[in-house]
Design a protein around this ligand. Structure first.
Ligand code: JFZ
Length: 312
């Protein structure tokens, strides 16, 4: 049993979106340059919680337009969008009652971008899934990953899971319509029992929602490979997804303009599709909510290719 993976097997192409309060920095913060994975800014800088979470005070992306993101995905022939509802920093990109750190009540922005995206996606007939960092949560004292401020010996992971992660997943699976999938990530040393609780909870709230294999312990409805990895042959019975950023960061970076060419991206798409998988291509919108022009152009070109060479 488990949910039907039919739509996922047919999807072939999706848009991944990494967007958070760190997107404002573009990898340049307090006089330092952080090349690559800018979404890891807090961990890499080992800043105090006051300093890092202070990025909420300036988060006001008035340029964010959910329809614009969704139309670009649609134009490129993507069948689904996966967006960071909560990345490792623990900041909710949606309105939550279970943390003070969200962009709705905790920032001047005051809007709920996940809500706006869910409405836009439904209107355009494109599926929406949420990335939710279930293990790493650098903001919560009992969450995984923040060992520069909280001694791991003093942590009780189950407190974080019961007080924050499960309640927030409840919100995501209750207030945003049909959720295509939950993209769990980096299970770390989380236990089988913890992983099972997440799976059972998602099943209970939305039985059709797919779960990524990065929940750990061999669970999940489809298989993720390593970042930027394409298998020579895909041998499991689960469908798979290959994920790539344009450059060396998932979150917005001002330091890396070395974007893969459209030709390279199309080779990846064709290779992955020929093996039955989905290519999930990332964009990192900036602190004003705008998708970088280089990514926009590439998605548009992929769309032209799809019009001629894609099916459906
Ligand atoms: C994770 C995140 O830490 C990262 O910030 C980003 O969201 C990416 C999509 O996922 O990074 C990973 C997770 C798994 C592997 C590598 C990087 N892996 O399995 O090789």
């Amino acid at each position: 049993d488990g949910p039907s993976v039919e739509w996922f097997r047919d999807a072939k192409f999706g848009m991944f979106v990494h967007w958070g309060v760190s997107s404002q920095t573009g990898g340049q913060w307090r006089g330092e340059n952080y090349y690559g994975i800018t979404e890891w800014l807090w961990r890499r800088s080992e800043a105090s919680r006051e300093d890092y979470l202070g990025l909420l005070d300036t988060f006001d992306p008035q340029g964010f337009d959910a329809d614009e993101w969704v139309s670009l995905a649609k134009e490129a022939g993507a069948k689904y969008i996966v967006v960071t509802a909560k990345h490792h920093d623990g900041v909710a990109m949606f309105d939550t009652d279970f943390s003070d750190y969200d962009v709705t009540d905790g920032a001047p922005f005051g809007r709920d971008p996940m809500k706006e995206l869910s409405i836009a996606a439904e209107k355009e007939g494109i599926r929406l899934g949420f990335y939710y960092s279930q293990f790493q949560d650098w903001e919560h004292p009992d969450g995984g990953g923040n060992e520069w401020e909280y001694d791991p010996a003093g942590k009780d992971f189950s407190v974080y899971q019961q007080e924050k992660a499960i309640p927030q997943l409840d919100e995501l699976l209750t207030n945003y319509g049909d959720v295509a999938l939950i993209w769990f990530d980096t299970p770390g040393d989380s236990t089988l029992e913890s992983a099972r609780q997440f799976v059972d909870f998602v099943r209970e709230r939305q039985p059709d929602t797919l779960i990524s294999s990065r929940i750990g312990h061999g669970l999940g409805d489809y298989q993720n490979y390593r970042d930027s990895e394409i298998p020579v042959v895909h041998e499991s019975s689960r469908p798979f997804e290959a994920i790539f950023p344009h450059n060396e960061s998932w979150g917005y970076t001002a330091l890396d303009t070395n974007f893969k060419s459209t030709t390279e991206l199309l080779h990846i798409l064709a290779d992955v599709a020929s093996k039955g998988g989905n290519f999930l291509l990332n964009v990192g919108p900036d602190g004003n909510g705008k998708i970088p022009e280089a990514s926009v152009n590439r998605f548009r070109e992929i769309g032209k290719w799809m019009d001629v060479n894609g099916e459906s």
